[in-house]
Design a protein around this ligand. Sequence first.
Ligand code: GDP
Ligand code: MN
Length: 399
Amino acid sequence: MKIHEYQARELLANAGVPVPAGSMVQSAADAEKAAAKILQTGAAQVVIKAQVHAGGRGKAGFVKVVKSVKEARAAAEFMLTHRMVSPQTGPEGLQVKRLLVAAAVDIAKEYYLAITVDRAANTNTLIASAEGGVEIEAVAARNPQAIKKERLHPILGLQAFQARDLAFALGFKGKQVNQAVSIMTRLAKLFTDSDASLAEINPLIVTPPTATHPDGEVLAIDAKFNFDDNALFRHKNIADLFDPSEENPAELRANEHGLSYVALDGNIGCLVNGAGLAMSTMDIIKLHGGEPANFLDVGGSASEEAVTEAFRIILSDQRVQGVLVNIFGGIMQCDRIARAIVAAAKEVGFQVPLVVRLEGTNVEEARRILSQARREIPMMQSASDLTDAAKKVTAAVAA
Ligand code: GDP
Ligand code: MN
């Protein structure tokens, strides 16, 4: 699960990581009020930031530093009335419904700091770079030496010596060192305590020296967190941060029915049981020149109603020009799928070719149900195996 920056900043602040004060607003009028409040506290500048589940906002013009309430309002109005297009959004962009209005800070230097799961190394790993702000992928490609990694100990987490080594390697000086160590340590603890899969601060910044802070201050001014969905049951405070309006509506609907659904770009809708079989079904469709429109695993214990809902979701996708049902009934009973096909045919109707391959538990009963319904579902073909199914559906879609 992803959360917004303003929510991530609050988690960081509660964990003791210094973050400039700010608040979330949903209208230009409220943005103006929030900016006025910040300017009254003595801040010289305010930053207005689009809150969407995608990065690259700075380059897209959806992070603006302003000096007056008038400019704050104008920036907010722009962001709330234009879709944000960045390399992370796709060409259609995202609608912006929420803004963060925060005290802006002067920046002497930007760093990158993140903790994520390094699957190859089987450890949580801290990744840091003195070349922050810009896309870390570009730094990794151009200058891999500029990226430092520290593996977290599975029990001890990030150890003090690792944080200090890293702070020096990144070039922090004087009082900055202890501040950076404290931020890394707190971030690592927050990552583990919250079952995060990503905790990223980009940029982590140092402010220019002032009379009160001759070495500058180390602050987090952007934050991105992802969490392990399977651990959310033990973090109600984090589960509560879920923003359904940022999710694909079809994926959301599927989720409510206990189905694993991921929308893709192709035109062949897939209904499969088991993630492994779903993956191989997608592979074999591609092998035969087709493009899957989705990944859909109905699982082993989905009810007839949930499977019917799966058909509703697939058939409501305008791009779907053919449907492939591939079931290997182990726990899932084939007759349940057959009944759902008949129900979906009655209710929504299959306007596109349907290829069905069923094998396993109760397959005889399933075949009987489908052959009885053959007249109502004339576009249905049965397939003998996975290759036959993929060939039939790609041919039907190409026709
Ligand atoms: P992202 O582009 O979506 O990752 O958004 P960020 O929050 O990282 O902002 C992008 C860039 O805007 C940062 O790298 C900074 O250079 C700049 N920026 C963001 N907040 C401030 C601020 O408070 N003061 C100044 N001077 N620049 C800022
Ligand atoms: Mn950023």
